[in-house]
Design a protein around this ligand. Structure first.
Ligand SMILES: Nc1ncnc2c1ncn2[C@@H]1O[C@H](COP(=O)(O)OS(=O)(=O)O)[C@@H](OP(=O)(O)O)[C@H]1O
Ligand SMILES: Nc1ncnc2c1ncn2[C@@H]1O[C@H](COP(=O)(O)OP(=O)(O)O)[C@@H](O)[C@H]1O
Length: 208
């Protein structure tokens, strides 16, 4: 039985230190960089490179990686559409808390359904959700097959694998789209630089 929306008689507790004060302390603005794409498209690699680059600039970030969260917070969830939706909802809520804490929260999950990603976007003020689409061809992701999961999916040993026998809905209006250039995927550091430039341009890396 679902326990969602079952809380009654609850009140919002205001806290003495607010988001603006935390942002001043950190000299940055909290936001969510949401990296979506197929397994093997380079989400975790970009997340790590971005986090490292931000750290070297004195900016505080934290990575919420789908694979890692499925070892703890989301270990009760599988890969049916409802489970993926709940996975994304929970991570969206956690990401919102990190952004409220003033951090640059980097969420890297396949997040294959548009409506689930859009629901996370709707949790934040519009500019604070930055959707990054790893638009890599399935053939490239499959050829990488870092974990051997595509091979298992092709052999029918994993059912419902994204891109093979489960859907991936491409973003329609993402803030950043990462693509191959002349058939080559740019280096992770270059991709991280692209995202950092976006954050700088939008004023997330300083407080006036
Ligand atoms: N059926 C199926 N489909 C897709 N992926 C699968 C599946 N089973 C296991 N895995 C592994 O789980 C990782 C994806 O977890 P996510 O939490 O990001 O998925 S989702 O957003 O809920 O769709 C994914 O990690 P990444 O390769 O980093 O994307 C896979 O390693
Ligand atoms: N920009 C890149 N250029 C070359 N190889 C990459 C790049 N990004 C990721 N890879 C490689 O692709 C594989 C999958 O990357 P990963 O970040 O684990 O993808 P995902 O998190 O989307 O599953 C890894 O072996 C990684 O080294």
């Amino acid at each position: 039985m679902s326990t969602l929306n079952n809380s009654t008689n609850i009140f919002w507790q205001e806290c003495p230190v607010g988001k603006v004060e935390r942002q001043k302390l950190l000299n940055q603005k909290g936001c969510v960089v949401w990296i979506t794409g197929l397994s093997g498209s380079g989400k975790s690699t970009l997340a790590c490179s971005l986090s490292r680059e931000l750290h070297s600039k004195g900016k505080l970030s934290y990575i919420l990686d789908g694979d890692n969260l499925r070892h703890g917070l989301n270990k009760d969830l599988g890969f049916k559409a409802e489970d993926r939706a709940e996975n994304i909802r929970r991570v969206g809520e956690v990401a919102k808390l990190f952004a409220d804490a003033g951090l640059i929260c980097i969420a890297s999950l396949i997040s294959p359904y548009r409506k689930d990603r859009d629901a996370c976007r709707a949790m934040l003020p519009e500019p604070n959700f930055i959707e990054v689409f790893m638009n890599m061809p399935l053939e490239l992701c499959e050829s990488r097959d870092a974990k051997g999961l595509y091979k298992l999916a092709r052999a029918g040993k994993i059912k419902g694998f994204t891109g093979i026998d489960d859907p991936y809905e491409r973003p329609l209006n993402c803030e950043i789209e990462i693509e191959q250039k002349d058939g080559v995927c740019p280096k992770p550091a270059a991709l991280a630089g692209q995202v950092v430039s976006y954050l700088e341009d939008k004023g997330f890396l300083q407080v006036e």
